[in-house]
Design a protein around this ligand. Sequence first.
Ligand code: ADP
Length: 438
Amino acid sequence: MREFLQRTLIGALVVAFLSLLVWGALGAVEALSLALFCVLLWLAFHLYHIALLLRWLRHPGSERVPDGFGSWHMVFMTLYRQARAQSQNKKKLTNVLERFISAGEAMPDGVVVLDEHDRIEWLNPSAVEHLGLNRKEDVGNQILNLVRQPNFHAYMAADNFSQPLILRFVQPSERVLAIQLVPFDSTRKLLLSRDITQLERVQTVHRDFVANVSHELRTPLTVIGGFLETFADMDEPDPAMLKQFMPMMLEQTRRMQSLVEDLLTLSRLENSPKAVPNEKVNMDELLATLRTEAEGLSQGRHRIVCEQRSRRWLWGSENELHSAFGNLVSNAIRYTPEGGTVTLAWRDCGQKAVFSVSDTGIGIPREHIPRLTERFYRVDRGRSRGNGGTGLGLAIVKHVLARHHAKLEIASEPDKGSTFSAVFGAERLAEAERLGQP
Ligand code: ADP
């Protein structure tokens, strides 16, 4: 500003000086004419630049700032700098805003921005999916008209948003949402939705599991506790009673032991890292062991057949495969009445290989087959417990096979028998090694 005034003052002084010179040399009229001419020139100069400034003000922008002369050059340079700084700030702000919007769009949680009348101002794709909203049509509409669940209305009316609201939807698919309202900006609110369907399922499974384990342990504990109380009431334990009750107590103890062992096996399988060890499992040996075990369990009550039609071995964990196949063999023996046949087979099937256990036992009605690998699922609870079952055998089999990328196939017919097959893909098959060779 000071420079501007200085320049104007210098200009005026020069004109006055020249006019005085002309006055002295030519006379007053010439001097005044010169002064007037200079003032008009000065006015025209400024009017021209004011016009440039006005034109720029109508369409501002750093790239369109006009060029000026003299003091106007400074004015336009200052404007140019300010306009450029402003446009850079605007760009920065736009970038930040765009990043925020992209982050909001990518969030797995639903986000809806509501105005003071609970009308939708903005929503992200997860909110669209969770609450069944429409991004184009529902902006500007009241959320209460769009989410019609009575407890949602009650939550919005209650004005206490410290705890999330759990909303259950059945249509179009079963879904559980945790909804939370977060007031901000004095009038606006953020409506957040989180899909907790999976979490709820896991919690239900966990609750059922704890209930099942407690139930399984309660019976043997009650039996043992009952016997012990009887003995505790006696001054001296009756040897005849001891002899009678001891085997029953032992049986209940064994039942608890097998349950705890199976639970530990399951827990180990569930908690161990995804990949199984890559041992070369000798199937010739494993089949021979399983056969011996089957004969031990059967105690001569069944015919045990072993068909080895594949010479291939398996890549995997010998312990886990032994445990899984052993469970299938034990089931076949336990669910096959005396005189029946249990067949262990290992055969090639195209690129794949199949280990199967078939029996001529009681079989399984078709409707139970899809649920057999669930923990504690039994077709006949009494029969399973009666023959020492824990209800966890097939759950263990399922886990082990999944870890070996193998599939469990079950074919069964009531009163005819069942076949449980473990199908291994080509990537799990190994060439057999001859004895004595590495
Ligand atoms: P359990 O310890 O009860 O045998 P499993 O998980 O091994 O538990 O098996 C689940 C259920 O599947 C059993 O209770 C039984 O009803 C049925 N099942 C398993 N194997 C056979 C089989 N070979 N024949 C008939 N039913 C079977």
